[in-house]
Structures are given as structure tokens and as C-alpha cells.
Design a protein around this ligand. Sequence first.
Ligand code: HEC
Ligand code: HEC
Ligand code: HEC
Ligand code: HEC
Ligand code: HEC
Ligand code: HEC
Ligand code: HEC
Ligand code: HEC
Length: 315
Amino acid sequence: MNARSLIRILLMLSMLLPVVVRAADGPVVLYPPDLMFSTEGKVKVFIFSPDKSAPLGATINFKAIEGIEGDHFKKGEISLNPGLNFVEAGGKRLRLYYLPGAKMDRFILQGKKSDEPYIFRAAKIHPALDDGCDGCHTFEDGKLSSKPQKESCYACHTDYSKVEEGKQVFLHTPVAGGECTSCHDPHFSMLPKLQKSEKGCRECHDAFPEDGVVHKPVGYGDCISCHSPHAGPGPKQLIKPGNTLCATCHENPHRQHRSADAKGKLTKVPPDFPVDNSAGKPEMSCTGCHAPHQSAERRLFVKPQGQLCKTCHQL
Ligand code: HEC
Ligand code: HEC
Ligand code: HEC
Ligand code: HEC
Ligand code: HEC
Ligand code: HEC
Ligand code: HEC
Ligand code: HEC
């Protein structure tokens, strides 16, 4: 490596520090995001400019970006060089890393040894942006507003509250409220399905205790194997109602505790014990004896075994 390219690399690394001195009403680069990793040489650019006549001053690797179109909502395309690239607009510097044709979705760059490494991640853009910004935004009297999400999102996506006649639907509270962006980024995301947070459900719900017995799918954080994040045919957005949910993974568990009517003399099922009709015939509810998430008792029993059995069996 010659001295010149070494200096160039050192200069590039020092450039990695972010600059955020955005003028209050200056342009906002909506896409690409800072620290984006790309395997494609061409990347779309979306910029919001409150003052449509003000010069954008947007640059790619210190050269003006050509061919940006639009008034307040501007779009264009940039070509990247292999390696590090810098996009600047509105006083903000974005760092992009391009590896042509690479088969990975992130790239880690170690700056100075003492520093945290820079992690560049692939981002997925919401295809809605291709149709422009007007589907979701209005811009009036110098003010950018977002339309109600029940109106804008359901213009292109299935309305989760719609349901066939005679069927029921249970909506997740933030979905019922039209707060799609409490979980989704409307523009792009570095996580699957435009999700905003790596914490998923735990962003809003406490983790279940980890002592005793933890139901396997809960331990894996696979909440959506039982609950829809949006809406389901069972209460609590369960993807299947009653015992049919458990039957997805437990085919025909222990035969003795199915029928809701007791035959043995020493057995009496209390009238308030939950009964489930989802399989077409009355059955004792699985959740009458087993907790769905976690329990201090073996076999996920809802009560200590001694007490649980005595609910029905006079031992
Ligand atoms: C699919 C709907 C949708 C589309 C399409 C969309 N936006 Fe947005 N945008 C939103 C919503 C919703 C918010 C509010 C964010 C929130 O509630 O978290 C928002 C917020 C913003 C913000 C302020 C917050 C931020 O991220 O800095 C800007 C600026 C913005 N959008 C610009 C644009 C531009 C420019 C376009 C077109 C290239 C666009 N949006 C396209 C839905 C959309
Ligand atoms: C102009 C039409 C349009 C609007 C408006 C729109 N979307 Fe989309 N959305 C799409 C298209 C097209 C896709 C990609 C096709 C697909 O996966 O179904 C998509 C995909 C998605 C995905 C899945 C992304 C993935 O990686 O699979 C989510 C989540 C999403 N949209 C959420 C929203 C939310 C939230 C809103 C409202 C803020 C919204 N969309 C508004 C057109 C739209
Ligand atoms: C509580 C968080 C949460 C809320 C609120 C939410 N979503 Fe989602 N959404 C998710 C998750 C998680 C997935 C991914 C599901 C998967 O991987 O199967 C998803 C997936 C999607 C998809 C991809 C297709 C699909 O069904 O898997 C679309 C489209 C979508 N959401 C639209 C919306 C819209 C529109 C709203 C608002 C009415 C909304 N979401 C509200 C968490 C949420
Ligand atoms: C953005 C915040 C948020 C996220 C993320 C979120 N929820 Fe919720 N969820 C709520 C709110 C608010 C309620 C209603 C308050 C309540 O009843 O506790 C709720 C209620 C529920 C309920 C019904 C609770 C009851 O007692 O009736 C279930 C089940 C549920 N959420 C499951 C999930 C699952 C599974 C995920 C992940 C896919 C998730 N939630 C992610 C906000 C969220
Ligand atoms: C094996 C299926 C299954 C899995 C996996 C699962 N749940 Fe549940 N969940 C249920 C059932 C069944 C209920 C209803 C319990 C009842 O009504 O007695 C429920 C109820 C809930 C409730 C309502 C309050 C409560 O505790 O009863 C919340 C909140 C909830 N689940 C969140 C989650 C979250 C978050 C995850 C992931 C960590 C998750 N669930 C994973 C089956 C499941
Ligand atoms: C998505 C799949 C899935 C669903 C749905 C599911 N389970 Fe499970 N369950 C598992 C797995 C995996 C195990 C662990 C099996 C093993 O270790 O052999 C398990 C184990 C169990 C155990 C034994 C726990 C122990 O450690 O002794 C009970 C009891 C149980 N499940 C009850 C239920 C009930 C009740 C429901 C319905 C509310 C249900 N399951 C729904 C996947 C599921
Ligand atoms: C009346 C109480 C009761 C009901 C209702 C009940 N179980 Fe059980 N379950 C038990 C008992 C007792 C055991 C055996 C525990 C042991 O001693 O190992 C058990 C064990 C299990 C196991 C562990 C593996 C096995 O097959 O032994 C699974 C899985 C399970 N039950 C799932 C279910 C499902 C699914 C339902 C609903 C269809 C259900 N249970 C309904 C009491 C009940
Ligand atoms: C909700 C009521 C209820 C609870 C709680 C309950 N059982 Fe049962 N059990 C039944 C019914 C009903 C039968 C079906 C046989 C009958 O009609 O007597 C049965 C049958 C059985 C059988 C088979 C008997 C035979 O003759 O085939 C065994 C073993 C058993 N239960 C053990 C247990 C154990 C161990 C517990 C505690 C972990 C328990 N049961 C909790 C209601 C219950």
C-alpha cells in the first residue's frame, strides 16, 4: 500500500464520525439510512424538503447528486463506489458501505482499535415509497402531516378488522387504534417485515418468568406461533380458538383428560371448569390444567399437582 492510499484510508476512517447539524427546517434524507450496507451499486434516494425552492446541496462522495426530481418530496438515484461512501444533505452525513454482489446482510468495519466497530446493515425499503409520499402524507402551510393510518395503510393492505359474516375477530389493541407505526417503520427497516424493534413483543409486554417450566415456543420468543400480532379468531388474538391451538403442535395428548363428562364415581368436574367446544364436541380446556407460557409447577400445571388433581378426583 503506498502512502497516498494510506492517507486516503485514514481520511476515510476519520470521516466515519457522524455529523448532525441539521438546520431546523432543512431537508431530511428519508432513505438511504445512515450505516447502510448495500450489495447493489445503485441506491434510491428520498428527500423531504420543506422549502421546495431552497438548494438541496445534496452530495454523494462530495459531488452534487444529479437528477433529483420533485417539489417537497424529492426522489432520485445514486451510484456507489465499492467500499465506503458518504451522502450529505441537510447538514447530515450518512455512511454507506457497498460490496458488489456480496452474499451477506451486514458488514463490520473496525475503525481505530479502541473504537466500537461500525456495523453496516442491509435495509429493506417499503415498496409503498415507489408510489410517492402522498399516499401517507399531506404537506400544507409548510407543515408535513401523516394521514390516519387506518386510512393510508388499509388503502393497500387488508383491513384486519374486516371479518366474514358469522365469524369473530379479536384485534390487538394497537392495531384497533390504527397505530401500525408502534411496531412498523413506514419507510424502511433493517429488520424483517419493516419491524422497528429487535425486542418485538417485549417492547411493550413484560418477559415471562424464566424459573420453573417455560413452554418451549415461549422460551424461543416465538410468540407469533400462537398469537397474531394483528388479529385472530380467538380472544387475545390467538391464531386458532381454544384447544385447536394446542392441537397444532400436540396431536392427541393423553387421552384421559379430554371428555368434559366424568364417568368414574370418584371424579366430579366442577361446573365452573372451562369447557371448550372448538373441536366440535365438549372437551375440558387444556388451559384449565396447563399454563400456556410458564409455570412454577411441572408439566406447566396451573396449580401444584396435589391441589390440581383434587379439583376433580377424590383421592
Ligand atoms: C406507507 C406510508 C408512508 C409513506 C409512503 C411515506 N411516509 Fe413518511 N411517515 C409515515 C408515517 C406514518 C410517519 C410518522 C412516523 C411515526 O408515527 O412514527 C412518517 C414520518 C415522516 C417524516 C418525519 C419523521 C422522520 O422519519 O424523520 C418524514 C420527514 C417523512 N415521513 C417523509 C416522507 C417522504 C419524503 C416520503 C416519500 C418519499 C414518505 N415520508 C413516505 C408514513 C409514510
Ligand atoms: C401505496 C401502497 C401501500 C401503502 C399505502 C402501504 N403499503 Fe405496506 N406494502 C406495500 C407493498 C406493495 C408491499 C410489498 C408487497 C407485500 O409484501 O405484500 C408492502 C409491504 C409491507 C410490509 C411487509 C414488508 C416485508 O418485508 O414483507 C409491511 C409490514 C407493511 N407494508 C406495512 C405498511 C404500513 C404500516 C402502512 C401504513 C403506514 C403501509 N404498509 C402502507 C404497499 C403499501
Ligand atoms: C404489535 C406490533 C404490530 C402492530 C401494531 C402492527 N404490526 Fe404488522 N406485523 C407485526 C409483526 C411482528 C409482523 C411479522 C409477522 C410474521 O413474521 O409473520 C407483521 C407483519 C405485517 C405485514 C406483512 C404481512 C403479514 O401479515 O405478515 C403487514 C402488511 C403488516 N404487518 C401491516 C400492518 C398494518 C397495516 C398495521 C396497522 C393496522 C400493523 N401491521 C400493525 C407487528 C405489528
Ligand atoms: C407497541 C406496543 C405493543 C407491542 C410491541 C405488542 N403489544 Fe400486545 N398489547 C399492547 C397493548 C397496549 C395491549 C392492551 C393492553 C392490555 O390489555 O394489556 C396489548 C394487548 C395484548 C394481548 C391481550 C392482553 C389481554 O390481557 O387481553 C396479547 C395477547 C398481546 N398484546 C400479545 C402481543 C404479542 C404476541 C406481541 C408481539 C407480536 C405484542 N403483543 C406486541 C401493546 C403492544
Ligand atoms: C403455546 C401458545 C402460546 C405462546 C407461544 C404464547 N402465548 Fe400468550 N397466550 C396463550 C394463550 C392460550 C393465552 C390465553 C390464556 C387464557 O386466556 O387463559 C395467552 C395469553 C397471553 C396474554 C394475555 C395475558 C395473560 O398472560 O394471560 C399476553 C399478554 C400474552 N399471551 C403474550 C404472549 C407473549 C408476549 C408471548 C411470547 C413471549 C406469548 N404470549 C406466547 C398462548 C400462547
Ligand atoms: C407452536 C407449537 C406449540 C403449541 C401451539 C403448543 N405447544 Fe406445548 N409444547 C411445544 C413444544 C415444542 C414442547 C416441548 C416438547 C418436548 O420437550 O418434548 C411443548 C411442551 C408442552 C407441555 C409439557 C411441558 C413440560 O415441560 O413438561 C405441555 C403441558 C404443553 N406443551 C401444553 C400445551 C398447551 C396446553 C398448549 C395450548 C395452549 C400448547 N402446549 C401449545 C410446542 C407447542
Ligand atoms: C384435567 C387436567 C388436564 C387437562 C384438561 C389437560 N391436561 Fe395435559 N396433562 C395433564 C396431566 C395430569 C398430565 C400428565 C402429567 C404427568 O404426570 O406427567 C398432562 C400432560 C400433558 C403433556 C405432556 C406430555 C404428555 O402427553 O404426557 C402435554 C403436551 C399436555 N398434557 C397437553 C395437553 C393439551 C394439549 C390439552 C388439551 C387438549 C391438555 N393437556 C389437557 C392434565 C391435563
Ligand atoms: C378438571 C377435572 C380434573 C382434574 C383437575 C384432573 N382430572 Fe384426572 N380425570 C378427570 C376426568 C373427567 C377423567 C376421565 C375419567 C373419569 O371419567 O373418571 C380423568 C381421568 C384421569 C385418569 C385416568 C383414570 C382412568 O380410569 O382411566 C388419571 C390417571 C387421572 N385422571 C389423573 C389425574 C391427575 C394426576 C391429575 C392432577 C395432575 C388430574 N387427573 C387432574 C378430571 C380431572
